[in-house]
Design a protein around this ligand. Sequence first.
Ligand SMILES: Cc1cc2nc3c(=O)[nH]c(=O)nc-3n(C[C@H](O)[C@H](O)[C@H](O)COP(=O)(O)O)c2cc1C
Length: 173
Amino acid sequence: MSHILLIHSSVHGQTVKICEYMKQKAESQGVKVTLATLADNPSVEGFDKVFIGASIRHGKHRPALYQFIEANKEKLEAVPNGFFSVSLVARKPMKNTPETNMYYQAFLKQSVWQPQVQEVFGGNLDYQFYGPVDRNIIRFIMWITKGPTDPHTKVEYTDWDKVDNYVQRMIDA
Ligand SMILES: Cc1cc2nc3c(=O)[nH]c(=O)nc-3n(C[C@H](O)[C@H](O)[C@H](O)COP(=O)(O)O)c2cc1C
């Protein structure tokens, strides 16, 4: 049985939710998936494939992501691999592919590892869950990108069909 390591870098849990869904979907097809938190600096050895998912905060993936990649570059490249990014901007039709999403493009420029299976997913918006400073920053981002600014808005932009498709690409990689 193929064994995938799926590492997440998440602040408010949406990337974890996506990874848990991926694990359930892949395991229903007979593929074993182990989830790990990037902050725990997991060992990537002993797996048939390694995938990483990370969310955007204040326009960036977290520095720990790049540190992890630099420390594990050769091991990541030795097996089928992939990376996906989760953000609110990725909800927009013109920004919902690795090629058109500025955060994914910035990742590819900054990362010493060029992942094989690439994707972007829309994230979760829940204004009441954030503190007042973060709430207003995100309202500003949403205002710029013509999204909802009502502070009671709660909406999940993740396209689960797209996640299903990514799971299949992981299995096929
Ligand atoms: C403080 C904060 C800053 C954020 N900054 C951005 C941003 O600059 N661009 C963007 O597209 N999404 C931004 N987001 C949205 C998150 O990427 C989105 O909510 C995602 O679902 C978070 O995933 P996570 O829960 O796994 O961390 C931000 C969210 C928070 C809470």
